[in-house]
Design a binder for this molecule. Structure first.
Ligand code: BG6
Length: 482
């Protein structure tokens, strides 16, 4: 199968940091279909050779095991091409069409890794130039809009020129192996399903903690904030995977229909409940991994006195028979104590304890990163030989990297390969995405109306104290507080 991958934003941060390394890995693993071309599109004038050497230099920043040898890079680079385009000029799209038509590949994937305000004009120009035939797929990178209205404008522009099944909205968390495993755990095993409900589960915690700060993206981040950057998409997608009903098949739409139902069942926020159930924070200077780091307001390109949140913790509920009354806590932030993404499913305590000692209940911890694994926390009898059984916590640990003893495929690698092959399961449908915006909008509105700045937290901590208080109210604690 032949393919052309056209990458708008070919010299942007995402292209350098994530997409090119992922494409290289896919090529190295022999998974990129043989006859392919990758065309990076951007504003500046450069030759193919200049683009290739620029990419080569950028590989210095990736993990050593993922770096190409010179010989490997030379072969991979044969796929790479560069084209200067002024995105407002129709004749440049006509030129792109000619370039594509000259080879007439079986599949054309157009990846929009530009700023989202360009999505609408690019879609229109692609449509006018006829780069929207049935063999074309359009991949849209987040952020897809800034709020519900802007997300809708993008979706309408896409729908005017592409069919829904041609539009692939990326949430790279869905490409992570641990997220696939979550589906496998729930729908490939009968063990947990009878317990996966309010009768047995006391609470669910989803944490996506990052130790990095905003880095060089201060200007982008300041317009975005943690709620739009991480909660509206990654954290909510994880929540849907945990809470969805078993789909009737593994088809993309069967899965996405169930995820949409979860999003529609989330307890809506009101101005009052935002004040009660949502905590926003912003990091101050501190120490992360032994290094002193500046506070958010001292980061490059962050405006003085910014009230943008770098941390969010919130409590919600899924209002249906399976989950009624079970608190779902979501938490994400930058410059936290560790890079750690995990979901904790906390089971109810035994109804009638007969053993003395710890009353700790069972927990299933689904670890997404840095390791990818499962931990099942149980209590076991540690006999002292005197007839007094005291219960001690023990855990069953499963490390997927070790269990499978093969290199796991990264999120972007998986999603790029899926886009080329036309597998839609791991992409977000427009209605899911709009519903997620609908749900976060009252929070954005309440924050706009409330001049109170986000709560400060020290870099290297687990966020503001109010985050612990949020869960403590229900008698819960975050994983690291236990
Ligand atoms: C991106 C956010 O979507 O996800 C970034 O824009 C964040 O701010 C990143 O750092 C986290 O992804 P990962 O895969 O490193 O957890």
């Amino acid at each position: 199968m032949s393919f052309d991958l056209v990458l708008f934003g070919g010299t942007g941060d995402l292209a350098w940091r994530k997409l090119m390394p992922a494409l290289f890995q896919a090529w190295r693993h022999g998974k990129l279909p043989g006859d392919g071309r990758i065309l990076a599109v951007a504003r500046d004038e450069r030759s193919d050779a200049e683009y290739r050497s620029h990419i080569r230099a950028r590989f210095g920043g990736v993990d050593e095991a993922k770096q190409p040898s010179d010989e490997e890079f030379a072969r991979f680079a044969e796929l790479l091409h560069y084209r200067r385009m002024d995105l407002s000029r129709p004749e440049h799209y006509a030129g792109l069409r000619q370039w594509l038509d000259a080879r007439a590949a079986d599949t054309v994937v157009v990846f929009l890794a530009t700023s989202p305000h360009l999505f609408v004009p690019i879609c229109e120009q692609l449509g006018r130039a006829g780069i929207n035939g049935a063999h074309v797929r359009l991949v849209l990178e987040k952020p897809l809009g800034h709020d519900l209205a802007s997300a809708r404008r993008i979706n309408e522009a896409v729908a005017a020129h592409f069919r829904e099944e041609q539009a692939l909205r990326i949430d790279h968390y869905l490409g992570k192996p641990a997220v696939q495993n979550l589906m496998a755990l729930r729908f490939g095993n009968a063990l947990f399903e009878p317990l996966w409900r309010r009768e047995s589960i006391a609470s669910i915690q989803i944490t996506i903690a990052e130790s990095i700060g905003v880095g060089t993206r201060g200007d982008f981040y300041d317009q975005t904030g943690a709620l739009r950057d991480m909660v509206q998409n990654h954290a909510l997608q994880l929540l849907t995977m945990i809470a969805m009903e078993p789909p009737s098949t593994s088809d993309a739409d069967a899965i996405r229909d169930e995820k949409l139902k979860v999003l529609k069942s989330l307890k809506p926020f009101t101005a009052d409940s935002v004040a009660h159930d949502v905590v926003r924070g912003q990091y101050r200077a501190g120490v992360v991994g032994g290094q002193k780091v500046p506070g958010y307001l001292e980061e490059a390109k962050v405006p003085a006195g910014s009230a943008t949140e770098t941390f969010v913790a919130l409590r919600t509920e899924v209002r249906n028979w399976r989950w009624a009354g079970v608190p779902f806590y979501l938490r994400t932030g930058k410059r936290l104590a560790a890079r750690d993404a995990q979901i904790v499913v906390a089971f109810r305590a035994v109804p009638h304890p007969i053993f003395p000692g710890t009353r700790q209940a069972n927990k299933l911890v689904i670890k997404l990163q840095p390791e990818d694994g499962l931990e099942l926390h149980l209590l076991a009898a540690r006999s002292g030989g005197d007839g007094n059984e005291t219960l001690s916590p023990v855990s069953l640990d499963l490390d997927f990297d070790r269990a499978f003893a093969t290199e796991r495929v990264g999120g972007y690698e998986r999603l790029l390969l899926d886009a080329i092959a036309g597998r839609l399961n791991l992409f977000v449908r427009s209605d899911e995405q709009e519903q997620a915006w609908r749900w976060v909008e009252p929070v954005l509105e309440a924050w706009r109306a409330d001049p109170q700045a986000p709560r400060p937290y020290v870099a290297g901590s687990w966020g503001p104290a109010a985050s612990s208080a949020l869960v403590a109210r229900d008698g819960c604690a975050w994983a690291e507080e236990l």
